[in-house]
Every structure is written in C-alpha cells, then in structure tokens.
Ligand binder design. Structure first.
Ligand code: SF4
Length: 321
C-alpha cells in the first residue's frame, strides 16, 4: 500500500511504514502519518535580523522554533544536524502542542513566533495550527523557508503567515536539480505568490564557483525587481559546511556581488561578514533610516512612521515598524 504526499514538489509516493524524502512525513495504513508532529529541535529568542528580516519590526526579538527534516538535499546545509543528519527518534521527545508553543512565545514577551532553523514546510499542519494559536494571542507569524512547496499548499500556508524569508538558493534550474535534488520553478512561484500576500524578503547563500557569478546574482535581482524594487535581498557569505569543502566567500567578492544587485534593487544587504552593506537608507532621499552593527539595530530615521528626510511613509518604503 502507498500514499502520495502533495506538500512539496517531490510529490513522494510513500510505502506503508516508510518516510518521504524529508524524513519526517511517513505512511501508515494508507494515510500520511506525522510522527514528528510537535517535536521541536530548538527554541530561542532571536533578533528578527537573524532570520534575516530587516524590514519587519526592525530591532525586535522574536521567539523562534525549529523542527527536524528538509525537502531539499543541499550538500552545503548550515543546519544539517537537524535537517539531514538527525538521529532523533520521535519516541525520544515529547511533542509540544501548538497552544503551548504560542503561550511560551507570548510569555517570553516576543511580538511573534518564527518557524525557522530547519524546513518548516514539511511540518505544514503543525505550522498552521501554531500560527492560528499565535494569532489568537495577538502574535505575528514568521516563516523562514526554502520555498519548495506545491503552489496550492503555498497559497494556503501564506494565509497564516505575516512575514517570510525565502531562500533562493540559485537562479539556475541545473543547480537546483544537480546539487539540491529539486527544481527552481516552484521556488520562483512561491516567491511570486508570497510578495502579493505577505511581507517578503529573499536570501541567497553566495557560494564561490557555484552560484556566485555576478551574472547569476544580477539575474536573480532582476527577477525580484520585477516583483518590486523595495523587496529586500540578502546575500550571505557561505562557509564550508556538511559535504561542501568549497572555500568560504571572500567579503570583497560578496560586496562586489551585492553592489551589482543594487543596480536593480533598492535594498540589498550582505550577511555573515563583518561590515558590508547592512544599513537602510530611504530610497527617495537617501536619509539613514536604520543602522545595524552585527545584531545591534537602531531605527533612527523615522518620525511618526515617516522618513524624517522626505516624509515617505514606512508602508511606501515597505518597512513594517
Ligand atoms: S513534504 Fe516530505 S514527504 Fe511530502 S512530498 Fe515533500 S519530501 Fe515528500
């Protein structure tokens, strides 16, 4: 007996007693079984900038939780111990209910809850239930994801989410197919659906010799710019991790790539390096709106929700204060 899981484009046909490619969704008695439902690998209060989200409640801390498993097979995964290598049996952990997690987030004083660290999409049902519980307590919801989801499921999920950071791991379908065992198109579809429904920021981990050419990053920036020049694009430096031994991204190369992307977008940021492009200036008048040093953030250039230089509203700029 088999059952099909339609959450992500892997569209696994799962045999009874076996798991899909994510390792967390399985089949039992001809139905999808969720043995990892409510099993949390990590919970922590993080600066929202760590997601990274630079234009959504800048300077605030958000209660963040992670799960196990992932739908892609990135050989450079920076969180492989919880995404791919996890040896945690569901029997070794106690599930936490969505209501309990939302209550913990509320009690922590956070303005919201972030689903992050590993891939939340493969925990689709739990994320929705927890987002509902969070919103019932007046909390915001954040999704940090690879964006690898079937279109109907993505549209459904976005109804429950207030802000998303989507990993655009490359702008090459070959790279997605060869290195990640996935496809580019579903991720682009999810980005398109996300920008019209919720606050959206995009991240690319820039890996030398793999996805780091100025031509490729400029193409990705061009795609994002067609959806909106004010969508923040984060370019993060890669460090060797998991199966990859490619040398780390040079800060100078990352900044050069970011400057090229800035030809097309108003907000391009560098991450995982010291310094770089981290501050936010008003795209209309150049006034410094937000300064960042590491995870220290100061919102200095707004007065009553408007740019103190030219009066442009934070909504127009695309910043949720
Ligand atoms: S969510 Fe998991 S089980 Fe479902 S299709 Fe994707 S990889 Fe397969």
């Amino acid at each position: 007996m088999t059952v099909k899981c339609g959450i992500c484009p892997n569209n696994c046909i799962i045999k009874n007693g076996k798991s899909g490619l994510c390792g967390v969704r399985s089949a039992a008695d001809g139905r999808i079984n969720l043995p990892y439902y409510g099993l949390i690998s990590a919970a922590s209060a993080d600066p929202i900038e760590k997601k990274p989200l630079y234009h959504f409640h800048p300077g605030k801390s958000i209660f963040s939780i992670g799960f196990f498993g992932c739908s892609l097979a990135c050989p450079f995964c920076q969180n492989h111990r919880i995404s791919k290598d996890f040896n945690t049996s569901p029997d070794d952990l106690s599930p936490v209910t969505p209501a309990d997690i939302a209550a913990r987030a509320k009690k922590s004083g956070s303005f919201g809850i972030a689903f992050t660290y590993s891939e939340p999409i493969v925990h689709f049902e739990y994320v929705i239930k927890t987002a509902e519980a969070a919103r019932a307590l007046g909390l915001k919801t954040v999704l940090v994801t690879n964006g690898y989801i079937n279109e109907n499921k993505g549209i459904e999920l976005l109804k429950y989410i207030d802000a998303v950071n989507i990993d655009l791991k490359s702008f090459s379908d070959d790279f997605y197919r060869m290195e990640l065992k996935g496809q580019l198109k579903p991720v682009l579809n999810f980005i398109e659906n996300s920008v019209t429904r919720t606050h959206t920021e995009i991240t690319t981990l820039v890996i030398p010799g793999k996805n780091a050419s100025i031509k490729e990053i400029s193409s990705a920036a061009g795609f994002i710019a067609e959806l909106g020049r004010n969508i923040p694009y984060h370019l993060s430096a890669y460090y060797p991790a998991f199966k990859y031994r490619v040398p780390a991204t040079l800060p100078s190369a990352l900044i050069e790539t970011a400057e090229a992307a800035k030809q097309k977008l108003n907000f391009v940021y560098t991450g995982n390096i010291y310094g770089g492009l981290t501050d936010t200036a008003c795209p209309d008048c150049g006034n410094l709106l937000i300064s960042r040093t590491g995870y220290q953030t100061e919102v200095t250039g707004f007065k009553k929700g408007k740019c103190s230089g030219c009066g442009a509203s934070s909504e127009k700029i695309g910043i949720v204060l």
